[in-house]
Write a new protein. Structure first.
Length: 160
């Protein structure tokens, strides 16, 4: 195939790896991850329930559903798209010191009935939300799965 001679070297340089990915690793973000969810190994040819190189777009959608986003790639020859799936794998909340303010307070005694007024630091706490996602990118060329890559991504937000 003439088109792969230009596209594949660019993909190899970008670190994209040919893999077969189990369907559970790409389930929608509405579902919690399985307790034993791990990075899937490269599957042997013909393994059931896993993505395989050469699958059509319809086969991929039937197996793991529609992607969260589809990005059209700029190429000269074939139609190439990057399908992105994002699955929530963890949500963690931590208490975190957000600011330190000074407030008026009695800071000690200067003797009998001689209290000293000063300031003391007061720590104001908030919540830190950490969401972890398993992101999978599929390169579809002419409606066929060519390569897949997975990585973890975290998003952090704060609440006071």
């Amino acid at each position: 195939m003439k088109t792969s001679s230009r596209l594949l070297p660019a993909l190899m340089l970008s670190g994209v790896v040919l893999v077969a990915v189990p369907a559970w690793a790409l389930s929608s973000t509405d579902q919690p991850a399985p307790q034993d969810a791990k990075t899937p190994p490269v599957a042997s040819s013909g393994a059931k329930g896993e993505l395989e190189k050469g699958m059509t777009g319809d086969q991929v959608v039937a197996l793991i559903g529609k992607p969260a986003t589809v990005e059209k790639m700029k190429t000269d020859e074939p139609k190439a798209e990057k399908w992105i799936y994002r699955r929530a794998t963890a949500h963690r909340v931590e208490q975190q010191a957000m600011t330190v303010a000074n407030e008026d307070a009695f800071i000690g005694t200067g003797g009998a009935n001689n209290n000293t007024l000063g300031t003391r630091p007061v720590i104001q706490y908030g919540l830190k939300h950490i969401d972890t996602y398993r992101v999978t990118a599929l390169l579809m060329v002419d409606n066929k799965l060519v390569v897949a890559k997975q990585w973890n991504e975290q998003r952090v937000s704060y609440e006071q």
